[in-house]
Ligand binder design. Structure first.
Ligand SMILES: *[C@@H]1O[C@H](CO)[C@@H](O)[C@H](O)[C@H]1NC(C)=O
Ligand SMILES: *[C@@H]1O[C@H](CO)[C@@H](O)[C@H](O)[C@H]1NC(C)=O
Ligand SMILES: *[C@@H]1O[C@H](CO)[C@@H](O)[C@H](O)[C@H]1NC(C)=O
Ligand SMILES: *[C@@H]1O[C@H](CO)[C@@H](O)[C@H](O)[C@H]1NC(C)=O
Ligand SMILES: *[C@@H]1O[C@H](CO)[C@@H](O)[C@H](O)[C@H]1NC(C)=O
Length: 464
């Protein structure tokens, strides 16, 4: 149909498709509807997704308007975490490059390896990917849609690493309409900040970054054994190991956020059971590392919860919308301090995984008094708080919320003692949101060339 314009021919194609393939879902009863997306089972290596679990609406309950909110987000997608790269991905890639004698083009399910090249170099490891920048900006736009009545923030807080800082910058780009001058406040990732940073686990000697590795490795061996046996029949010269398999599966996530897709995600290569094995292995690690299986988790997560509750309960506040960026460790520790998902942490940790506390102003909601109510969202899904759900939807009344916070503080106060801090100027309280001068003053002069630059300029300090 050469005479048709582009749009009309596209429309025609669409109509034709609908006629020839009438709504696939109407055939659902005849065929299995089972679907599986490995990218939703990759724990901390998953691109951002909203599991909508439970499937409650992120909109405020009828009659309620959000009047203040606080978000804590993991940074967006990066090329590769240094541990993942050094432990699993780099050894696999290096082995692949060394074993040039294997003719992959003849190996079923792995034939793509004959022309595959590694998506990550050592230098790129911890950097935000393009997808990461876009997704962080998208979160900014999402917040503006979700809270049309709130003032734009004047500050967005972030821990000082490049990947968190750039996530904050990208979010600001998606949030502001013009150059609204939203400042990105960088909080140094000190090992002596006590509870007063967005990386308090780094100043907690009782927290070990490798916690959970021993428990994880037991299940790693178990779930990879049949996969190794199968792959070694296909390519015996490669001598696949557990770490190779784990790294190949991680590449599904990392390559997807770098290149947009990955041949390692193919379900003919790794079945849904294989992916669930990977996911469970990662869950075990997170459980003992930053979840309920680590005795310090709640103590490290509490200061953020307590500071946030104060910001939201207070009569007035500097911001309507508090947004902070951190690394993957802190949100699950806050989840423990809150008592949510008292089992495992897998759905809460994709890149950009975030949790939010909202203060709602409710009027004329049937069956509830007018007033303030509080609500928690994890990756957009409202979550009922344990023992605190006496409001509309999943929300909790002001007095209920105050009582709940007191209970949690009672369980988990005493950061410095629990962490066994070995420096004498520690603090148990997070004050970065109310003490901006402190945040500026604490920014160490040695990083003048880095990301503190706009802060220093703002303070009238010039760089020569
Ligand atoms: C690949 O070869 C290089 C150079 O011989 C060696 O250093 C490296 O350890 C090898 N990698 C693996 C995984 O065998
Ligand atoms: C303690 O002192 C160190 C070194 O001067 C500093 O980096 C850190 O921020 C201080 N901690 C607190 C909680 O003020
Ligand atoms: C295969 O790898 C395992 C674990 O790294 C090693 O112990 C074994 O010697 C290797 N086998 C061959 C045939 O290279
Ligand atoms: C997790 O659940 C168990 C069993 O209900 C409970 O005893 C425990 O206090 C909970 N942990 C936290 C941190 O809320
Ligand atoms: C909790 O917040 C209140 C109000 O900001 C503060 O006075 C208290 O010291 C905080 N406690 C902890 C354990 O963070």
């Amino acid at each position: 149909m050469p005479s048709m314009g582009r749009n009309r021919s596209a429309q025609w194609l669409q109509t034709w498709f609908l006629l020839v393939f009438p709504r696939t879902c109407s055939t659902a009863l005849l065929y299995s509807t089972y679907q599986f997306d490995p990218l939703e089972h990759l724990g901390g290596v998953a691109p951002y997704f909203e599991s909508q679990d439970p499937p409650a609406s992120p909109s405020a309950p009828q009659g309620c308007t959000p009047v203040r909110t606080a978000y804590l987000s993991r940074h967006a997608a990066i090329y590769a975490n240094d541990y993942d790269y050094e432990e699993y991905i780099e050894p696999f890639i290096s082995k692949l490059e060394n074993l040039t004698s294997i003719d992959w083009s003849k190996v079923p399910t792995l034939n793509f390896l004959s022309s595959w090249t590694a998506p990550i170099t050592e230098a790129e490891q911890e950097l935000l990917t393009r997808v990461g920048r876009v997704e962080a900006a998208q979160l900014g736009a999402t917040l503006s849609f979700r809270y049309p009545n709130l003032r734009l923030p004047t500050h967005v807080w972030t821990s000082s690493a490049e990947r968190t800082y750039k996530s904050a910058q990208s979010l600001v780009r998606g949030l502001e309409t013009d150059d609204d001058g939203i400042r990105v406040v960088s909080i140094y990732e000190s090992e002596k900040a006590g509870a007063n940073s967005l990386t308090p686990y780094k100043s907690c000697p009782a927290y070990s970054p490798s916690a959970g590795s021993d428990q994880q490795s037991v299940y790693l061996e178990k779930f990879t054994a049949p996969i190794i046996a199968r792959l070694n029949v296909l390519a015996p010269e490669f001598n696949f190991t557990s770490n190779d398999v784990y790294g190949m599966m991680e590449l599904c996530g990392y390559e997807s956020v770098i290149r947009g897709s990955s041949p390692f995600c193919d379900l003919d290569l790794f079945s849904s059971d294989d992916w669930l094995g990977w996911e469970y292995t990662a869950d075990i690690q997170y459980h003992y590392n930053v979840g309920y299986g680590n005795a310090v988790s709640g103590f490290v997560g509490l200061p953020w919860l307590n500071a946030t509750a104060s910001l939201l309960l207070g009569e007035k506040s500097d911001e309507d919308m508090y947004v902070s960026f951190t690394h993957r460790e802190l949100p699950p520790m806050v989840v423990v301090a809150m008592g949510l998902f008292n089992d495992s942490a897998s759905h809460i940790l994709p890149f950009l995984g975030n949790l939010a506390v909202e203060r709602l102003d409710c009027k004329g909601t049937y069956g509830y008094d007018d007033g303030d109510y509080y609500r928690v969202l994890v990756n957009s899904a409202p979550q009922p708080l344990p023992d605190c759900a006496d409001g509309p939807g999943t929300s909790c009344s002001r007095s209920g919320f105050e009582r709940y916070i007191q209970d949690r503080v009672g369980m988990f106060q005493g950061f410095s003692e629990k962490c066994g801090v070995d420096y004498d100027n520690s603090t148990d309280v997070l004050s970065i949101y109310t003490d901006l001068d402190l945040a500026y003053a604490r920014f160490p002069a040695v990083t003048l060339t880095g990301y503190g630059v706009d802060l220093l300029l703002q303070k009238g300090i010039t760089l020569n």
